[in-house]
Every structure is written in C-alpha cells, then in structure tokens.
Design a protein around this ligand. Sequence first.
Ligand SMILES: [Zn+2]
Ligand SMILES: [Zn+2]
Length: 391
Amino acid sequence: MSRTLAMVTSYFDGVVPAPGEATKAEVVLGEKAAEAAAGLDRGVEALDPAGALEAVMSLARATNLYINEAAPWKLAKDPSPEARQRLATVLYSATEAIRQLSVLFSPRCPRRRGGSGHSSACPVWRPARSPLPSPGATWRPAPRSSGGRRCSPAWRPRGDGRRALSRPGSESGLDWVDAHCHLDDVGGGRKPSLQAVIERARAAGVERMVTIGTDLATSRAAAGIAAAHEGVWAAVGVHPHDATTLTGEALDELEALASEPKVVAIGEIGLDYFRDLSPRDVQQEAFRRQLALARRLGVPVVIHMRDAHRDVFGILEEAGAPERLVFHCFSGGPADAARCLELGGYVSFAGNISYKNAQDLRDACAVVPLDRLLVRDRRPYLRPSRTGEAK
Ligand SMILES: [Zn+2]
Ligand SMILES: [Zn+2]
C-alpha cells in the first residue's frame, strides 16, 4: 500500500488522479469497502471487537489483492494513453480504499459519539461513506499519522518528547534497534571499550544493533563482533569509496561471510558522487555485483547514496532491487523518497533533518509512512540540532 501512495507522489505529483471508467475490479473493491464499514458498525453495536476488526481486515486484504492484480507498477512502464488512464483509475481506487481503511482503523474517540461517526467528527478524515472527494485532492501523508491517531490517548508521546529521545528505553517504553552502526570503529585498545559501548547502548534502550562493514577488513570485523555479542548483527559489503578493492576474491569472501549466522545483510554498498573517492564506473560495477550477491542470497541491502540518486535508482531498476533495502542517511527531496518507497525501501533519516536549511529533507520525510521510516543519530556526525541552526 505504501508503494501505491509513493506512486501517486512520483507519477501524479502527489495529486490523486481522476479515475477513468471503472472495471469489475473497482466495483468489487467498492462493495468490499461498503461491507467493511457496515460490518464495523455491526461489530461495535454488538460489542464484538473481533468481528469489527475482521470486517475491516477483509477490506485490507481486498485492497492488497486489488493492488497486486492491477499491478500499477507495470502500467507505469507503459507510456500509451490507455495505460496512463488505467494507471490513474487504479491509483485513485487504491488510494481511496487506503483512505477508507485508515478511517475504519482509526481508534474511536471516547469523547465523540456515533458509530463510525468518529470519522465524520474528525477534522482530518472525511467519513468513509461520503461521496469520494479525492480526485484532484492533494494526497498529504502527514494527517495519516497526526490525524486519526491524535484522538487516541494511546498514541500520545509519553512524557517529555526530548527526554524520550535521549533515554529511549526506560522512558518511552520503546525498544530501539540501531540499524546502522560501525562498532568496528570503537575499542581496539581505545576507550571506551567495545563492551562498554554496547552496554551503554543497551542501558539506553537499544536492544539490537546492526554493525555495518565498509570494506573487507571492517566486514570481517563486523561479522566477528556480531558472533561474539548478543543482540548484535552484521552487514558485510564494500562501500563506494573502496569500490576499487572489490576483486573477485573479495566478493567470494563477502559471500562466505554472508553465510555466517549473524550476518543479515549486504552493505553498505552504493554510489557516492559527492566525494568521488573511486572512479564512478568502478563504483557502479561494485554496486551491481554486490546487489547481485544480495539477490542470490536473498538478503537485504544497506544503500549509501550521495549525490548519485539517479544512477542508484537506475541500477536498482535495471538489475531488480532485492526484496528489502534500507536507504541509510537519506538525502534528497520528496520525489527521491517516493522512488525509494516504490523500490520497496526503508528510508532512514539522520540528525541533519533538524537543520534550518533542511526543509526539502523534512518534506521528504513527510512522504515516508511510519512503517518504512528509520531514524538515526549518526553521531558524531550530523548531530541533531536543538536550535534548528544550519550546519
Ligand atoms: Zn555507515
Ligand atoms: Zn554511508
């Protein structure tokens, strides 16, 4: 579903397109939506939460099925006017179904009355059964997280937001996963020791960590650290800066490392045209070969992409993106973020999102659904700014 919304952003500029003629599939989806709303009301009326939830879930399943069968990503590749019109119809219908789902899934507000009337009382979401208002409306992702949910006390941040960020474990009640760290960079006789760093992270609520390799030596180190420490996993790969070191033998060794039980991904790999520390064609070749390795092993990849969005997306599209991928330390605007989502990626933002001059990055963040969003601290670089100053 997030892929569908990303396609609205990238193909229709974030504006839900006007639909063309409905086929049987759209009619069926519309019926399912009406059934789900009625089933939810019946379930609530009869104090049968399981029945109510099942009614809504059946619409979720029908929507997924509709999207899979209509395959808008295939339509998008066909430039003919008929395919374009069909794409508009499919994206409109899928977006509308998702909108209705979000209304039906919204927690009931205790202080509001009526059946699914919650949705009509909510200033953000229109009632699920209202005439469809969407064509031409701008699809704004932000209300999804701040709208329906705001009504529920369960979704309010606990306590002081900033403290929750600095001491996540105990005060926010969340378990954190550090999906991108370089533990090979600490210890080695220096203070603090690796053990101390891991313990400190755990005390702060970081339950799991993925330590990332950037060349063969750090990949070996990452795999070793993961093997020796509970709660630590590793990714192995050759960074674009070191692309010239990716020989055939190096690739074989990466493959061997990747078969170790606690090595869970290939990375970080990608393209960096900002620092250009390796020739671009060599970077591209190393990226391609490691992507192929990840696809062969069926593991996720961690992507480093700097000033090279077009080529990264191009290579992923032409070679076929692995099923799971993380764009770490994302830079770029909303359209780039939408492409990342379309490719099935998770998008990770670092502290620079808080800088005054980073509006484009904040806009990009706004198009990423919460279930695809990663945040990271990335110390000691790109520290979050407390005052919003540009750096
Ligand atoms: Zn890194
Ligand atoms: Zn990186």
